[in-house]
Design a protein. Sequence first.
Lengths: 282, 311
Amino acid sequence: MTEKITYYSIDELMAVCLARTIKDGDTVFNGVAVPLPFTAIMLARKTHAPNTVFWGGLLAGLNPEPCFLPPTSGDSVMLRDADPVLHLSQIFDLVMRGELNRVFFSGAQIDKYGNLNNTLIGSPKNIRVKLPGGAGGSHVGSFARNFTIWSVRHEARTTSKGKPVYNFVDKVDFVTTMGHRTDGGDRQELGIRGGGPDVVVTNLCVFDFDEASKIMRLKSLHPGVTIQDVVENTGFEPVIPEKVEDSPAPTEEAIRIIRELDPLETRKRGFSSEALKRRYDL
Amino acid sequence: MGIFPFRDQKIMSLSEAAGLVHDGDIVAIGGNLSAREPIAMIRELIRQGKRNLHTVGGAHGVDIDLMCAGGVVGTVQNSFVGFEADLGLAPNFRRMAEAGTIKVRETDCIAMMVQLRASQFGVPFMPTPVVDGTQILGLSTDFRQITCPFSGERVNLLPALRPNVAIIHAHRADNQGNVKLYPPYFADLLFVEASDKVIVTVEKVVAREELKHMGSNIPYYEITGVVELPLGAHPTSCYPDYSYDRAHLSEYVKAAQGGPEVFSSQYLEKCVFGPRNHQEYLELIGGEEKRNALMDWHQDEGRWRELMLRE
C-alpha cells in the first residue's frame, strides 16, 4: 500500500495551477531554466491531458519520460524514452507556423500587461544588472497561441534606502517578451499573431487578464493569502473583481505524481526558504 | 558553407586547429547550456590570446562565460548566457556586460536560427511572421519590418548571419573528416552549413569502416579540421559518453563570483594556463576516477541522480 500524503507545499500547488493551463491535445514547449514548468507539463500529461504534445527543452526530445527532472534543462534525461528525436529547428518552425498552443515564461520583472523582462535591469545605456537573456522568449512569445506566466518571487523587498522593490512592476525596465500592450500599441495594432499571456501563476495567487484593460486581474488566492497580501507585494494595482476564488486544492494523486516525477526537487529552486517551509494540509 | 575536399588534411593538433580562428572572427560555438560545448578548444583559444571574437548562438553557459573571462570576446550574440536555476547567473559575463568591457548584442533563439538559415540557404535575408513589442528589436539593425510584395502581409526580416568559423564538439570522426554526432544536436548541424570553416573536436577518431557502420551525419567536405580530445566538452556533458561535471561547475561559479582576480588565480591559472596539454588537464580534474564517475551515469539511476547534485 502506498503511504498517505498529508500535506503539500507551495511549489506543488504552483505546479498544479500551471498544469491546469494545459488542455488535452495541446502542443507545449519549454526551453531554458524551467524545472517548475517541466514538472507541471509532465503532471498534465499524467493526469488530465495525456495527449499533450510536449518537447522537453532545447534537446528537442518529443514526449520524454525522464526518470528525474534535471537541474539544468540541457541534460539528456529529457530525451529518455522520447518519441523519435527531432531537430530543434523543427520545433521552432512549428512555432513560427502558429501551431504551438502554450509555452511557459517567467521574468525577473513582470508588469501589469504581462510584459516580461529577462534582459537587463537599468537601461541599455546604463546596465545595472545584466540578466541572462530571453532565450527564445521575444519570438516564441509573438508566435505561440498563448503563454502562461509564472513567478516564484511575487514579493516586495525593501532596499537599504527603505524603498520597496517589486518583481511585479508597473513598467518593466526592458521588454524582452511582449505581454498585451507596450508603448508601441497592443498585439492587434502591431499585427502579432499570438494571443499573449492568459494566466499568471505566482507563489501568492493566480491572475488572469481583464478583457477591456488587459491588466492583470486577481482570479484566485492560495491558502492563507489575503487580497491585502497580493496588493502589498505587487508594484501596480491589479484588477480586483468582486468575487475572488480560492486556488483549488491539489488532489493527493497529483502530489504523489509530482514527487515521483521530480525526486531531486528541482521544482523548489528559486523560492524563498520561508515559502518552502509552509505546509498545507491535504 | 566552405568546401574542404582534401581528406588527408583533416586531423590536426589542438593548437593548429585554434590557429584557424582569427582575431575579430564571428564564431559559432556548438552545444547548449550545460551540454556538449567545445571547452577544450575554448581553453586553447584563451591560451593563444585570441582577441575580439564575436560569439553567436542560442542558450549557452560556461563556454561563453569562460571566453569572456579569458579576454577573447568582444561581442556576445547569444540568446541566453547563464547557469539557470542550477547555479545562477554567469558571473564573468554579467560583470563584463555591466562594465561595458564586452558588447552584448541581444538576440533570440529563433532569430538566430533564421539568420543562420538564410546563410545556409544562400539568401541575403529571411522573413518571419511579425515580431514586435520586444525592445530587442530596437537595439540592433538586424530587425526590419516590411509588407510582403505578394500577399500584402506584414513580415519581419532578418539578415543572413555567416560565422567565419563554427567550433563544435562531437562524438566520433574518421581521419578523413566524416563526423558522427549523437542527439541532442541543438543547432550544431545548422552551424556547420552556415559557417565558412568548421572545427570539430571529437571524443574519438575511429576507422572509416567503423564510422560508416555508425552512419555519419556530417560529411567530410564541410569539415576544415578534426582534433581528437577525449572529454573535450568537460565540464559540460557529452551524452551518451558522459554527464556534466556539476562539482567542477560549482567550483567555477564560486571562483567567478569572487571577482576577476579570484577567478584568474583560482580558475584560469589552474585550469587554463596550468596544464601543458590536454592529458595534463584530464589528470588535474581527477584523472581516471573522475572520468569513470562521469561516464558511469548510465549504470543505474541512482548514480545518474547523484551526478546532478554534486557540489
